[in-house]
Design a protein around this ligand. Sequence first.
Ligand SMILES: NC(=O)CC[C@H](N)C(=O)O
Length: 166
Amino acid sequence: MKVAVIDYKAGNVTSVLYALERLGAEAELTADSEKIRTADRVIFPGQGEASSAMRVLKETGIDKVIPELKQPFFGICLGLQLLCAHSEEKDTPCLGVFPVQVKRFRPENPKVDKVPQVGWNQLEKPNSPLLKGLPAAAYVYYVHSFYAELSPYTIAETTYTLPFSA
Ligand SMILES: NC(=O)CC[C@H](N)C(=O)O
C-alpha cells in the first residue's frame, strides 16, 4: 500500500515515517501533487504554525489537492487543524474541508492549565470504525495551544479546559 506523507517543510515526519516502515507500508515524504493524488492513503503530520504551513501548501499547490482527495486521509494535530475553516493561530484561513473553527485554549486559571497543553491525555467518546481496536480511554500525546471545536464530524473527544475534537 502506497502512503503519501505530505512534505510541508515542517512537521513531525520522522516518527510518522518510522511508524509506517514498522507497519510495512510503502511510504514517501512528498510535496508532489500527482503522488499525493494517486496514493492509497495520505497522512498530514503535525507540528508547526498554521499561517506558515498554509503558505507552503499554497506555494506547492497542495492546498487545492487536499480538499479533492477521496482516499483515506489522516491529519495529525496541525494536519487536522488545517482541514478546518479558520484558525485563530495568526488569524489564518485554512482549507475549509470541515466548517469548523480552530481556537486557542483560554484557561480560567492559566497557572494550573498551561498553554500549550504538553503531555498525555485520553480519547473520550470514540464513535468511528477508524478507532476500532484502540483500548477504552486510550492515551495520546499532545503538544498544542489550539484545538478544533466539537462538531458533527468529531470522531473522538479529549478534554483539556474544555472538550475538543481529538
Ligand atoms: N503540534 C502541533 O501540530 C501544533 C499545532 C498548532 N501550532 C498548535 O499549537 O495548536
